[in-house]
Design a protein around this ligand. Structure first.
Ligand SMILES: NC(=O)c1ccc[n+]([C@@H]2O[C@H](COP(=O)([O-])OP(=O)(O)OC[C@H]3O[C@@H](n4cnc5c(N)ncnc54)[C@H](OP(=O)(O)O)[C@@H]3O)[C@@H](O)[C@H]2O)c1
Length: 258
């Protein structure tokens, strides 16, 4: 049974992916830690459309999580032809004040789990010469972001990793794409202990997912969601990197020093 695996599907952008893909007639396997939310979503998706909605409640920070998820899809007889690596979180403060264990967990989730899931699910896609992998990066991946130091660096990794894989795989029937949202109205800021979102254009998760699915149809290596976000990233190329970093630092400092 062809199925799209979506990590971080219990809220925000992941939940919007689940709804939009199910509405397009795709079977989905939802992954996150909150089992109650996943059960409610599977029931709702099953009611709304003629698809199979499965879930696995899993903490992807666990060292064995990616292997467990892959093996579970095989045990259930699912053919995974789409993987959305979306689960992630951030942090914001002076780096020396941040909890080191949490920063390392962020790397485990935003990078390690994403790399391992990509490797495990890509192989059978290549063998079948068919599939798509969407890795959720961020506009923060295009530049260093003081006070969101580790988070922005994890997203720079995801962007670079995904674009390189786009080229390696595009002639083998597998489309790998980085999705780069800007500030989006989700639980992200609360879950990342960041307080309120920075005052910039805020998109809805549905708008972000619509952009992603359109870009997937165009077989792009990466896509920035929202034209103001696109413009901001494009403008950064015309000024010195140090200028961009200082501006970002100033904006973020005022945010958490309030
Ligand atoms: N919101 C933004 O402004 C924004 C901007 C750019 C990029 N992004 C990226 O978008 C992605 C989705 O975030 P969001 O904005 O939709 O935030 P969100 O509403 O907080 O969603 C995060 C999802 O990840 C899951 N998750 C967190 N830790 C997990 C773990 N250890 N194991 C498994 N699942 C875990 C959460 O579910 P459980 O808590 O149930 O596990 C939730 O489903 C992230 O990668 C984020 O970096 C967000």
């Amino acid at each position: 049974m062809n199925t799209a695996v979506i990590t971080g599907a219990s809220s925000g952008i992941g939940a919007a992916f689940a709804e939009k893909l199910a509405a397009r007639g795709r079977n989905v396997l939802l992954v996150a830690r909150s089992e109650d939310k996943l059960i409610a979503m599977c029931n709702e998706l099953g009611r709304m459309s003629d698809i199979r909605a499965h879930y696995i409640a899993l903490d992807l920070i666990r060292p064995d999580a990616a292997a467990h998820l892959f093996e579970e899809t095989q045990r259930r007889g699912l053919v995974v032809d789409m993987l959305v690596n979306n689960a992630g979180f951030g942090s914001m403060d002076d780096f020396i004040n941040l909890d080191l264990a949490r920063e390392l967990q962020m790397i485990d989730l935003n990078i390690k789990a994403l790399v391992e899931l990509t490797h495990r699910f890509l192989k059978p896609m290549r063998e079948r010469q068919q599939g798509a992998i969407i890795n959720v990066a961020s506009t923060a991946g295009f530049q260093a972001v003081p006070y969101m130091t580790t988070y922005a660096a994890t997203k720079a990794f995801v962007l670079s990793f995904s674009e390189a894989l786009w080229e390696e795989n595009r002639e083998h029937g597998v489309h790998v794409m980085a999705l780069c949202p800007g500030v989006t109205e989700t639980n992200f800021f609360a879950a990342s202990n960041m307080g309120r979102p920075p005052m910039r254009t805020i998109q809805t998760p549905e708008e972000v997912v619509d952009t992603a699915l359109r870009a997937l149809g165009q077989r792009k290596p990466s896509v920035i969601s929202g034209w103001t976000n696109w413009l901001a990233v494009a403008a950064e190329r015309f000024v010195p990197r140090s200028f961009v970093i200082k501006i970002a630092g100033k904006a973020l400092r005022s945010q958490f020093e309030e």
